[in-house]
Design a protein around this ligand. Structure first.
Ligand SMILES: Cc1cc2nc3c(=O)[nH]c(=O)nc-3n(C[C@H](O)[C@H](O)[C@H](O)COP(=O)(O)O)c2cc1C
Length: 206
């Protein structure tokens, strides 16, 4: 098992995979890592569809502007936000936070007011806009999956260059689902070099 530091340092975006299947126990462990991620008000809006079928993977690759490497991954995880689930999870999450005393009553009230505002905005705001606001919660869960995958020798690559409507049409999903990213996963068949990064001095704002 890697330390968090090792996983962070060793992770690369992998775009070439061996054909070996990923055991179901690994997939379960990755989903377990996802569900433990933090989220605003503990709303947990992430939802995942695990795709192993070759035809569906090819369709997903096309929906990612023909990023064909994806179709060769043994598994593609479609990472989504559930908009109604977010609203429901937010309200119960806020109440829980208040009950355990993690936030003051005043903050509970502000959060509940905001959630009410968002609920009324839902009627007039597009899924893409709402989904975009919720997506960063899902992104945290996705990165949990990405890092945990290294414990099993698995590699992955975030894929966000996607036609979200095309993906929803593949599965027949309605507007309640916002597709955040695709995550092809498998045993790496390449060892990508580390990509350039900004230095600490470049990312600190004075
Ligand atoms: C939000 C996000 C979207 C990305 N979308 C794509 C994508 O559509 N296709 C792709 O090949 N890589 C994609 N990547 C991978 C990046 O290109 C990669 O993380 C970056 O070049 C740094 O390389 P590294 O991950 O190996 O450190 C994406 C990464 C992130 C975080």
């Amino acid at each position: 098992m890697l330390t968090v530091k090792e996983a962070i340092e060793q992770r690369r975006s992998v775009r070439k995979f061996r054909p070996d299947p990923v055991p179901d126990e690994c997939i379960t462990a990755l989903l377990d890592a996802a569900r433990l991620a933090p989220s605003g008000c503990n709303a947990q809006p992430w939802r995942f569809n695990i795709v192993k079928d070759g035809d569906a993977k090819s369709k997903l690759a096309l929906a990612a502007y023909d990023q064909s490497f994806m179709a060769k991954a043994p598994v593609v995880v479609v990472c989504c936000a559930d908009i109604k689930g977010y609203m429901e999870g937010t309200v119960s999450g806020i109440q829980d936070l208040g009950k355990i005393g993690a936030v003051k009553d005043r903050i509970v009230k502000i959060l509940l007011d905001r959630s009410e505002q968002m609920e009324s905005q839902m009627k007039v705001t597009s899924t893409e806009q709402l989904g975009g606001r919720i997506a960063f919660n899902v992104a945290i869960a996705i990165e949990h999956v990405v890092l945990r995958a290294l414990d099993f020798g698995l590699g992955s690559c975030w894929v966000r260059l996607i036609d979200t409507q095309m993906i929803k049409d593949i599965f027949g999903w309605d507007d309640n689902i916002y597709v955040v990213a695709l995550l092809p996963i498998g045993y790496p068949d390449e060892l990508p070099k580390p990509r350039k990064r900004l230095g600490i001095e470049d990312i600190v704002i004075i």
